[in-house]
Ligand binder design. Sequence first.
Ligand SMILES: [Zn+2]
Length: 836
Amino acid sequence: MRLNRFVSGLFGLLLPVLPVLRLAAQVPLLSPEAFLGYPLGSRFTPYAQVVAYVEYVARTSPRVQLLRYGESYEGRPLLLAILSSPENLARLETLRTDNLRRAGRLPGTPHPEGPVFIWLSYNVHGNEAASTEAALQTLYALAHPDSQRTGSWLQQAVVFLDPCLNPDGRERYVQWYHQTQGVRPDPNPLAREHHEPWPGGRTNHYYFDLNRDWAWATQQETQARLALYLQWMPQVHVDFHEQGIEEPYYFAPAARPIHALIADWQRALQDSIGRNHARYFDASAQLYFTREVFDLFYPGYGDTWPSFNGAIGMTYEQGGGARAGLAVRLPEGDTLTLAARIRNHYMTALSTIEAAVRLRNVLLTQFIHYFAQAQTQPRGPYQAFLLRHTSSSDRLEALTALLDRQGIRYGTLSRPRRVEGINYATGLRQQLEAQPGDLVVSVYQPAGVLAQVLFDPEPSLPDSLTYDITSWALPFAFGMEAYALTTRLDPDQPWISRPIPSNAHSQPYAYLVRWSGLNTARFLSALLTAGVNVRVATIPLRLGGQRFEAGTLILTRAGNAHLGSHFDQMVQETAAHYRVPTYAIASGLAEDGPDLGSTQIRLIKRPQVYILAGPPAKATAVGEVWHFFEQVLHYPATLLTADQLGGLVLEDGDVLILPDGSYSSRAVAIEPLLEGVRRGARLIALEGALELLVGQKGIALKRRNEPEERDLKQPSLYRERERTVLSRQVLGAIYPTQLDTTHPLAFGLDRYFTLKQRAQSYELLEEGWNVAWLEAGRPRSGFAGYRTSAQLTQTLVAGTQPWGKGSIVYFVDNPLFRGFWYAGQLLFTNAVFFRE
Ligand SMILES: [Zn+2]
């Protein structure tokens, strides 16, 4: 943007060495420019070159150790450069274990002295590409053995530098930009190079926003990073971003709402570090802002999640991103260049380290205190969270896997205990008996704050102006019977996954498998893919002395003769692989309900699945569906663009999924698709895709129109305009639904909470089946404006409409939200496999 001539404090340290570095033979460490052959900022660095430079620096500098901690979905390495003095690096493992003692993750008395751990995360949003370039500059400044200033910092600090959290997204942007740019960058904001095409490089391979994923870790990149983070536990974490091209630089302190469990000392230290940055921005007469827009509430961000793990978690935002390219003209007439964007992120990185080194004592002392307090005097309203053992083992395993990824400890009880707490299903306080076998998460543990945040049934929102969801508690997402306890309850037994019962005899008449969760869904997916014929019970039955609910899978020898003797082997091996209990039975004669030859036991048709994967669907929505089929369900799906959809002839048994988006009738021709549904296909429409159907002849779905506002007595103030808008909004709030558990769409579910992100609502269907709906318009948890209640009362959440031989499934809310709404994933699976 503007040239920083001033920053002698930070940049001066590099100037004396730069001319020398061009003489390759004499230099101890090449600068990025000397290594890459161009000055940083003159072009975007492809990821392979990023890796090459980081590896080169690690080989050459005595101040660096390099970890390759995983890889992206597209196979790119994920790297972490660990920078410190050679003396510190020589005892790195001791420093690490010392620090884990401070964080309560290893036994022993924590050492109050030692270097401060500072973690710099770059380019989590791939198209905010100045970040990684700035990382290279920062790496060089820290690693250069002649730099005394950084050298003195590194005696008191260990800097963890992750040059690119999202290499797939970044490379998507960088390669596109290279293909699009001319000889010279065109600063005209209208130029093609400033308008990145769908899906854009912000997200990862599956179009997931990795800066929403820290709390759920559904993505491979996040999983690898969290595993590493928990081995080190830094005191400071910075997430480098870019925002709109016209925005001045943003740094912490963060905006409200700030989650109540972020401690005062964390806020105060954000403030101290921010003040250090302000000095440099003031000196260069650059605009900046703090305490606005970027709040600290939702736990999936790269600033909140580290904050809930005892760090000073911060987001820095430079103006730029995909709109900026190499150079873009701003309305004031200045040109924003990549070089200027790099310079600012470089400046704040060094300023962060400088400040953290100065604050080292207070950072370490508070960090130790934070984890001591977490284990002995936890903050927050609850003492423990209890999940009933009656939940399927399938679900409990998925939840414990999530807790493992988050470093949250859990266990169970050796004997019953009388306790008190809030029932998630009712929202009411009650007494209950905690049972051996129940899953117990006590907040008296090192990760107690994070546990409190992820389970809190009603996170307190001090201010409703946030730009993300306002509630997320895991028991709602998993649809489990659960309690937030106000009584202290510590598990005294390790949690052991239940053994998978199996009574396999050699050649049973059939196998029965209860439809209990995603493991069972994967089991079904694998069998269908392998050509096994599977049936489903559409009503409950009793066999072999056991009751089986509707949705139970039935694998009969009859109908699978083509598999011969492989049938048993395939069923048993697949069940063992997915940890699914099977019940072998010797007779098809039911003691109650339908016999196995009844028409109530339906053959499941193996669906050919199509997903609209391009505009007008939203990239993140497409990604959630795509990721679900490939990585969760392991079931093949074919991705199509809207153009290809025009030529698609849907046949009986096909399933077409239209993800959320802004659909216009011209973008997708719906009539031919509905003809295909008439022939027996199934159309699954999610959120915005419902608008494509509303108003079509014969479609039962009708919008609920906003009630007239006669209750408005006072004109609203201009100052309050954002709040007036909020009164009509739902900010990711959780609602209990009424559920028709006899309908195939609800198989395997006994309750369902929906996460609602908008107030747009639809009347209950007069034709077809309302499977999940809102009885009342108030959320159980999270923020909804007071005007939304009438708008949402008695409205549809999920339903189906028969259409010729096929049917249409309507999802008003997103059942696959960010890949962690487990109960929603099951609901969605039902829509794919089960028919009325
Ligand atoms: Zn960003």
